[in-house]
Design a protein around this ligand. Structure first.
Ligand SMILES: Cc1ncc(COP(=O)(O)O)c(C=O)c1O
Length: 374
C-alpha cells in the first residue's frame, strides 16, 4: 500500500543532503529521509497551491484540533490549545529557550548530541555544561551522578533530547522520574526536544512526553515537537512548542519576539493533512524503518570492530568505529558514502548513519562501507 522501496531522485531539488557532495557519493548524513511524504500531504499541498494566493496566514482551529488529537493518539498526552506556540523550527525554539534565562545563568545538556544543543547556548551568549551519556547494558542512557555533579547554583536550564539523537534511546518512566527529581531539587527549566517522538521503532518501547508525567514537570517544561521528521517535511519549516505554564509561555514568546517569522502556510497545510490522515502511513514507515535498522545491526555485527548499541527510535544509527583507529568519516567518504562525522556531535570515532532511505539505497551504502573496511 505504501511503497517505501520506490526509488527517488533528489539530485535536482537543491537538497542539503544530496547537494553537498558529488553525485557519485551516497549521502546518509543530515536527518531527512529519501521517501515521498504521505499522499494526503502531497494532495493537500497541491490543492493549496492551486488556489494561487499565498498571503499572510493564520494557524487555523482545524490544525490545532488535529495536532491535539494526533498527540493524544500517538502519546496519550492531552494538551490544550492554549499551550501551543507555532515556530518555524525546533532549532529556533532551542535558541529562544536559551534566551529566556539570564546571561550569567548556565545551560546543562548531554553528549554526544545533535549539535544545536551545545550551539544554541553559545549562539545566545550562555555558558553550557555538557555531561557524557553512559552506555549501560548496551544502551545509551543518562549518567545521573555526573549530571548532579555538573549542576552549579547558576545552572538554570536542562536541555533534554528524547528520543535521543544520536543513539536512539527512548527514556523510560524510571529515567524521567530521576530527571523529575533533579529538576525539582535544582529548580531547573527543562527544554525537551521530542522531535523524534513519533518514530519509535521497537513496539515494546513507548515515548513518554516528560511534561505529561506530573504537574510539576508540566510547569517547568517546554516541549518541542514537529511533523517534520515524522512525515519527512523538514523543508516546510513547521514546528511548535508546548508550554502548559502560562507565565513560562509568555516568557518564551517574549524571548522570541519578532525574531521568528512563524510557520509558512505550506508547512501549516502539510501539518494539518499529516496529523489528520497520516497515521497509516506513519505506522508503515515505522515498520519499514525497523527493517532497515535490522539491516544496519546485522551489518555492524558482521563487521568488527564496529559496534552499535541497541536503539528503540529514530532513523539514525550511532556507530562506534573507534576500533578502526582512523577517521571513519573520511574512510567511508573515500568509498562513496557520506555519513555524519561523530565529532560534530562531540563523539569522536563515531559516525551517524541515516537509514531513512529505500532498502536498495541502504544496501548499497552498507556494501560500500563493507568495501571500505576490507
Ligand atoms: C533532535 C533534533 N532536534 C531538532 C532538529 C531540527 O529541527 P528543525 O529542523 O525543526 O529546526 C533535528 C534535526 O535533525 C533533530 O534531530
Amino acid at each position: 500500500m505504501f511503497d517505501f522501496d520506490k526509488p527517488t531522485n533528489r539530485l535536482t531539488t537543491h537538497t542539503e543532503k544530496w547537494g553537498k557532495f558529488d553525485p557519485s557519493i551516497i549521502p546518509a548524513w543530515v536527518a531527512d529521509m529519501d521517501f515521498e511524504a504521505p499522499k494526503c500531504v502531497v494532495d493537500a499541498l497541491k490543492k493549496r497551491v492551486e488556489h494561487g494566493i499565498f498571503g499572510y496566514t493564520k494557524v487555523d482551529e482545524e490544525l490545532v484540533d488535529a495536532t491535539i488529537s494526533f498527540i493524544k493518539r500517538q502519546h496519550n498526552w492531552e494538551i490544550k490549545k492554549e499551550w501551543l506556540t507555532w515556530v518555524s523550527g525546533v532549532v529556533p525554539s532551542m535558541n529562544i529557550a536559551c534566551k529566556m534565562i539570564e546571561s550569567n545563568q548556565r545551560v546543562l545538556t548531554t553528549s554526544p548530541i545533535y549539535p544545536h544543543f551545545y550551539k544554541a547556548p553559545k549562539m545566545t551568549g550562555r555558558e553550557v555544561d555538557i555531561v557524557r551519556l553512559t552506555c549501560k547494558e548496551n544502551r545509551w542512557t543518562l549518567d545521573f551522578d555526573a549530571l548532579e555533579a555538573a549542576i552549579t547554583p547558576q545552572t538554570k536550564l536542562f536541555m533534554l533530547c528524547n528520543p535521543y539523537n544520536p543513539g536512539g534511546t527512548v527514556f523510560t518512566c524510571k529515567e524521567l522520574e530521576r530527571l523529575r527529581e533533579m529538576a525539582k531539587k535544582h529548580d531547573l527549566l527543562i527544554v525537551s526536544d521530542e522531535i523524534h517522538a513519533d518514530l519509535i521503532l521497537n513496539p515494546k518501547a513507548k515515548h513518554i512526553p516528560i511534561a505529561s508525567i506530573n504537574d510539576d514537570l508540566a510547569n517547568r517544561t517546554i516541549t518541542l515537537m514537529a511533523p517534520s521528521k515524522t512525515f519527512n517535511i523538514a523543508g516546510l519549516n513547521c514546528s511548535y512548542a508546548i508550554i502548559p505554564n502560562p507565565s513560562l509561555k509568555r516568557r518564551f514568546e517574549k524571548a522570541m519576539g519578532k525574531l521568528n517569522g512563524g510557520v509558512n502556510l505550506l508547512g501549516l497545510t502539510a501539518a494539518k493533512a499529516a496529523y489528520k490522515d497520516g497515521d497509516e502511513w506513519l505506522k508503515a514507515l515505522r515498520e519499514y524503518l525497523a527493517q532497515n535498522l535490522t539491516l544496519v545491526q546485522d551489518f555492524v555485527k558482521n563487521h568488527p570492530p564496529l559496534k552499535l548499541c541497541d536503539q528503540d527510535a529514530t532513523f539514525l544509527a550511532w556507530i562506534d568505529c573507534s576500533g578502526l583507529k582512523t577517521n571513519p568519516y573520511e574512510l567511508f567518504l573515500e568509498y562513496g558514502v557520506a555519513l555524519s562525522d561523530g565529532k560534530d556531535f562531540l563523539g569522536e570515532g563515531f559516525v551517524r548513519l541515516n537509514f531513512g532511505c529505500p532498502k536498495d539505497t541502504l544496501k548499497e551504502i552498507l556494501n560500500r562501507m563493507s568495501k571500505a573496511l576490507k
